[in-house]
Design a protein around this ligand. Structure first.
Ligand code: PLP
Length: 400
């Protein structure tokens, strides 16, 4: 018989009842070091007192009123995001896919309002992940996610990641923008070259296109800067955010320059929950922590420590690990073809460490941003023991 909870996930048989910092405890009393952060989402760890207090206090006062009214918590959060980013204006929603939908709608509206409704197409990249709505599975373009869901939504053209010649060749009279993750997360923790990002900005300026960045996974400090595109020294026209922005509370956002945002007039776009007092109280609390003096410097410092530790580990286990990649605290361990990332993920669980599989046979390491040296050392030890469990020959034996 079908389970009451729809069977659309492949869940590990672990249930957590409590968390503190980077650690979580299962209902049967086992402790795990969480280097997956619920897919790069529990950005300031579990049970952070400042976030817990903000949510509890706001919940007791008023949770939801709808966007029929002013929401001071949303006004404050938007103003703070504007002060700390390229953006002039912010729209709040509830998830990454919804933020990307808003972002693509904003790009289309911009061109329509400027007399070019035909420029509705986005150039996207192979290996991308933009979410699971009908629109965003088309933007993602991966056949695995599209299959069985009818004709893909029109308007997304895919080119190889990092290939500037292919981008330029794909730009046509109907192209309105370029949509890219600064580091492909689900696709395999693949960072875009900073030079490639700059060249995309240049091409957008040259052809009157909008640069639309999907920073759902890379943003909110995960790269060691508030937004990953800052490493390239460029600014997008519009950007999506979600995951870490609410620290585990569902919150998404579209951040935009004025020339894009000004066309989203009343009635053009909306959401019932988006930016409600409770979600924005969470967002403000997360921002308090991430913007505190020295916080991002500390993220950058522990990220480098983790990176060098993983590199050293890769050298110790050349029969299991092909290489290490990523940015900041979004890192990937690319495994040899003989060892699957699923096996590696299970082996890590056996050592007490939570990680997340990603595409291209990569094991993703994305700890909460609040970790210190002790957590990095503990994770590196667990991962080293994980890799020792995973000699290619034992992996094959296990598969038999
Ligand atoms: C997770 C993710 C999404 C989708 O976010 P949801 O909240 O699951 O809808 C979109 N883009 C990127 C880059 C992501 O990592």
């Amino acid at each position: 018989m079908i389970p009451a909870l729809m069977p659309n996930y492949n869940r590990a048989d672990l249930a957590f009842e409590r968390g503190e910092g980077a650690w979580v405890w299962t209902t049967d009393g086992r402790r795990f070091l969480d280097f997956g952060s619920g897919i790069a989402t529990s950005s300031i760890g579990h049970g952070h007192p400042h976030l817990v207090k903000a949510i509890a206090e706001q919940a007791a006062r008023v949770m939801h009123v709808s966007n029929l009214y002013r929401v001071p918590q949303a006004e404050e959060l938007a103003a703070r995001h504007v002060a700390h980013s390229f953006a002039d204006s912010v729209f709040f929603c509830n998830s990454g896919a919804e933020a990307n939908e808003g972002m693509v709608k904003a790009v289309r509206k911009y061109h329509a309002e400027n007399g070019h409704p035909e420029r509705y197409r986005m150039i996207c990249f192979e290996g991308a992940f933009h979410g699971r709505t009908l629109g965003m599975i088309a933007a993602t373009g991966n056949a695995k996610y599209l299959e069985g869901f009818g004709p893909p939504v029109d308007g997304f053209d895919h080119v190889p990641f990092g290939d500037m010649n292919a981008v330029r060749a794909a730009i046509g009279p109907q192209t309105g923008g370029i949509m890219i993750e600064p580091v492909q997360g689900e696709g395999g923790v693949r960072p875009a070259d900073l030079r490639f990002l700059r060249e995309l900005r240049t091409a957008c300026d040259e052809f009157g296109l909008l640069l639309a960045l999907d920073e759902v996974q890379t943003g909110m400090g995960r790269s060691g800067k508030l937004w990953a595109h800052q490493w390239a020294g460029i600014e997008p026209d519009v950007m999506s955010s979600a995951k870490g922005i609410g620290g585990g509370f569902p919150l998404g956002a579209v951040l935009a320059k004025e020339h894009v945002a000004k066309h989203l007039k009343p009635g053009t776009h909306g959401t019932t929950y988006g930016g409600n007092p409770l979600a924005c109280a969470a967002g403000n609390a997360v921002l308090d922590v991430v913007l505190a003096d020295g916080f991002l410097d500390q993220v950058d410092r522990v990220a480098r420590k983790l990176w060098f530790g993983l590199e050293a580990m890769a050298h110790r286990h050349p029969t299991v690990i092909e290489g290490v990649r990523g940015a900041g605290l979004l890192l990937g361990i690319k495994l040899v073809p003989e060892v699957t990332n699923g096996e590696a993920q299970n082996a890590a669980v056996a050592e007490g460490l939570l990680t997340v599989a990603a595409g291209m046979n990569v094991l993703r390491v994305a700890p909460p941003l609040i970790i210190g040296d002790a957590e990095v050392d503990a994770a590196l030890e667990m991962l080293d023991r994980t890799m020792r469990r995973l000699t290619p020959s034992t992996a094959k034996a296990a598969a038999k």
